[in-house]
Design a protein around this ligand. Structure first.
Ligand code: 13P
Length: 239
C-alpha cells in the first residue's frame, strides 16, 4: 500500500540560479510522485512564481528561534510566509560544518512544526562509524536526540543519508538499505502514530533510482547533485 506514493525531494544546496529555476519551470512529468524542490533561500520567490503548482517548495534550513537578534538567520514562520511547505533539518553538512547537534536539530524541528512546515530530518552515519559497525547505534542516537521529544501526533519525514555516500558516487548495497530502513521505520513506528516516510539520500541518480526506490521501506529519495540537471531530475521523478 505504501509503496505507490513516493516522495522525491531535491536539495540544491548552495547551487542554482534564476536561470536554472526558469529551466525547471518547464517541468514535464507524471504526477504520481510527490515532488519537493529545496533551492537556496534567495530562489524561494522564483520557485513559487515559476514552478508548476504541483511541485512543493522546501527550504534547506531554518532557525530554532522565531525572531530576534540572530543576524543572518531565517525563521520557520518567515519561510511559511514564502509558501514553503517543507524544510530540511540537520543535513549532515549542517551537522558537520555548522556544528548542529541533535538538540539543535530537535529545536529546529519543533520550530518548523510550530509554523506548520513539514520537517525533513536528516540522519546518517559516517564512514568510520559504518566501519566500526555502529550504523544502527548512530541512527538510534540521532533519532532519540532529535525526534523523541516531538509529539507523536505530528507528521515528519526522515531522510537516511549515509554521510559517506553523499556526493561520492557510492551507495550502500540493496541489503544495507533494506536493513537500515527497516530499522529506522521500526524505531519511528514505536514513537509516532502516523506512518513516517523514510527517504534515502546519497548519490541517488537517474540510473540507480528505480532500484533504490523499490526497496522495502524506502519512501522516496533526497537527491543532491543529480537534482541540478533538469533531465536527470525529471528521470528520477518519473522512476
Ligand atoms: P548527492 O545526491 O549529491 O550525493 O547529495 C545527497 C544529499 O546530500 C542530499 O541532501
Amino acid at each position: 500500500m505504501k509503496n505507490n506514493h513516493k516522495i522525491i525531494a531535491a536539495n540544491w544546496k548552495m547551487n542554482g540560479s534564476e536561470e536554472l529555476m526558469n529551466e525547471f519551470s518547464k517541468f514535464m512529468l507524471a504526477k504520481h510522485n510527490e515532488i519537493i524542490i529545496c533551492p537556496p533561500f534567495t530562489l524561494l520567490d522564483s520557485a513559487k512564481t515559476l514552478l508548476p503548482s504541483f511541485i512543493k517548495i522546501g527550504a534547506q534550513n531554518c532557525s530554532e528561534e522565531d525572531k530576534g537578534p540572530f543576524t543572518g538567520e531565517i525563521s520557520a514562520s518567515m519561510l511559511q510566509e514564502k509558501s514553503v511547505s517543507h524544510v530540511l533539518i540537520g543535513h549532515s553538512e549542517r551537522r558537520t560544518l555548522f556544528k548542529e547537534t541533535d538538540d539543535v536539530i530537535f529545536k529546529k524541528t519543533k520550530a518548523a512544526i510550530k509554523s506548520k512546515l513539514t520537517p525533513i530530518v536528516c540522519i546518517g552515519e559516517t564512514l568510520s562509524e559504518k566501519k566500526a559497525n555502529k550504523t544502527l547505534q548512530v541512527l538510534d542516537c540521532q533519532i532519540d536526540g532529535s525526534l523523541a521529544k516531538i509529539n507523536p501526533h505530528e507528521q515528519v519525514i526522515v531522510a537516511y543519508e549515509p554521510v559517506w555516500a553523499i556526493g561520492t558516487g557510492l551507495t550502500p548495497d540493496e541489503n544495507e538499505i533494506k536493513e537500515t530502513h527497516l530499522h529506522i521505520k521500526t524505531k519511528l513506528g514505536q514513537h509516532f502514530n502516523a506512518d513516517i516516510p523514510v527517504l534515502y539520500g546519497g548519490s541517488a541518480n537517474a540510473k540507480n533510482c528505480s532500484q533504490i526506490i523499490s526497496i522495502d521501506n524506502v519512501g522516496g529519495l533526497l537527491v543532491g547533485g543529480a537534482s541540478l540537471t533538469k533531465h536527470e531530475f525529471i528521470a528520477i521523478c518519473n522512476c
